[in-house]
Design a protein around this ligand. Structure first.
Ligand SMILES: [Ca+2]
Length: 454
């Protein structure tokens, strides 16, 4: 079995046909080419300049960003492909509902269509049975998006009052209870504030129109602490009566090895928030009984493997050492003792090394870090070449990774859509078998991937 370092990586070609793709309603000839320094120049061509988006990781738009637009269709854009050279430029600013580009990956020609714009740092997406979507925005908004991408201007209210934006923290995941069709229960993960301290929380409520009713906070990561780093924030149901919540170390490394501290772990609860009797540390004195795994640095991607029923996650390394892990009861994933990562800037070693017998090794690792966020197994029928793969978004590298799997082995890695959609925050497979992407921008988008030509 190859070590994670041995997996070959291939980069998808970035080709766009020279033919024009113009959204209906856009006047031909109205396009203007942004300056080459504009990261929006490229695949999705805009007809009107928007204030430039802020630099990755920064807060606040670098211009009079128009927020909370009532829908995603207030800007008129033309779309065209200028050619292969420009097509490979970054298009992190592409925010034009209806705009699309054709991207060639190893297995498929893919149409990448912007469905929705005007979302402020969207974080997560859930598909409702009626075809609509629920989307979270990190500052603390939960909203409906129509199947056609139309953003409902009316926010869903009733969220817990403690939802707070703090650096990387805010409103994170949204997930539907497996029996949502009957009970209408929606689960949200978020940074919860108490005084001047924050910690990841999990709440659920019954979705009734534009309101969450009967909201209960099911879990609070303790102790709460200062600072805005490493909240984790993914929610996954196992279909057997449990819900997982991923956490981060809150920027304080030793907490990830402390069973008396929730930080740096994956949490497992009963769906009503109770502690399952078979959780691994329930009988360990001083341990927080909700902890399912420890040694996790910051888990912003998690999904149930549809072929094994196990929870898979990825987590951010520091400088290098991003990992994909299979999460097992009671396992220690090493942070900050065993890691491929190095200290930022100075590059010095962290902890003891990369392997130890009592620490679970990742099934895959990225050095340098891609900064993974969002994860989806592909078992749909629209992209046959992706079946059996794990899709992972990348914030820092601005691309989508496809990991080809054989059981728990990663056979190879394909990097797709580099710089086409900016910092990718979440990737989801819709009930239609298409792939949906959220990007982490102040004027963020939902994009849909479809096989070109059917
Ligand atoms: Ca690890």
């Amino acid at each position: 079995m190859p070590s994670p370092k041995d997996v070959s990586v291939t980069q998808g070609s970035c080709q766009v046909p020279l033919s024009l793709a113009v959204r209906s309603g856009d006047a031909p000839g109205s396009a203007s080419v942004p300056p080459a320094t504009d990261r929006g120049a490229g695949v999705f061509k805009r007809t009107r300049r928007l204030p430039s988006q802020r630099a990755p990781g920064g807060r606040g738009a670098a211009g009079p960003m128009k927020r909370h637009r009532p829908n995603g269709r207030t800007h008129g854009f033309g779309v065209c492909a200028i050619g292969a050279v420009l097509a490979c430029a970054s298009v992190a600013n592409a925010t034009t509902p209806g705009a699309y580009t054709i991207q060639h990956t190893e297995s498929h020609a893919v149409r990448v269509t912007i469905l929705t714009d005007g979302l402020e740092h969207p974080w997560s997406l859930a598909f409702l049975p009626d075809g609509r979507m629920l989307v979270t925005e990190r500052p603390g908004r939960l909203r409906y998006v129509g199947a056609d991408g139309t953003l409902d201007p009316t926010l869903i209210d009733g969220l817990p009052a403690t939802v707070a934006e703090a650096g990387q923290g805010g409103l994170h995941d949204v997930a539907l209870h497996p029996d949502f069709g009957r009970n209408r229960l929606v689960y949200i993960a978020y940074a919860g504030k108490k005084g001047r301290r924050y910690g990841t929380e999990l709440a659920r409520g019954r979705l009734d129109g534009h309101r969450l009713e009967d909201v209960e906070v099911l879990f609070r990561a303790l102790p709460k602490s200062h600072g805005g780093r490493h909240f984790g924030g993914r929610v996954v149901f196992d279909g057997k009566g449990h819900v997982f919540l991923t956490l981060g170390d809150r920027g304080d490394r030793p907490r990830a090895q402390d069973l008396g501290d929730h930080a740096g772990s994956v949490i497992r609860l009963a769906e009503d928030g109770g502690v399952p009797a078979d959780n691994p540390f329930v009988s360990v004195p001083g341990a927080r009984p909700e902890i399912f795994s420890l040694g996790n640095r910051n888990v912003q991607g998690a999904a149930l493997n549809p072929w094994t029923g196990e929870l898979w996650t990825h987590e951010h390394g520091p400088q290098g050492g991003d990992e994909v892990n299979v999460i097992r009861a009671g396992a220690n994933y090493g942070w900050p003792v065993i890691t491929y990562g190095k200290n930022y800037g100075i590059g010095t070693t962290i902890g003891e090394g990369t392997h130890r017998d009592d620490v679970a090794s990742p099934v895959h690792q990225w050095t340098p870090s891609i900064a993974p966020s969002g994860m989806a197994f592909y078992d749909g029928d629209r992209f046959p070449g992706w079946r059996g793969s794990l899709l992972v978004g990348a914030l820092k590298f601005r691309l989508l990774v496809r990991l080809e799997l054989a059981g728990e082995r990663v056979l190879r890695e394909e990097r797709m859509f580099e710089d086409v959609l900016g910092r990718i925050r979440d990737v989801r497979v819709g009930p239609d078998g298409l792939v949906y992407i959220l990007n982490d921008h102040p004027n963020g988008v939902i994009a849909r991937l479809e096989p070109e030509g059917g």
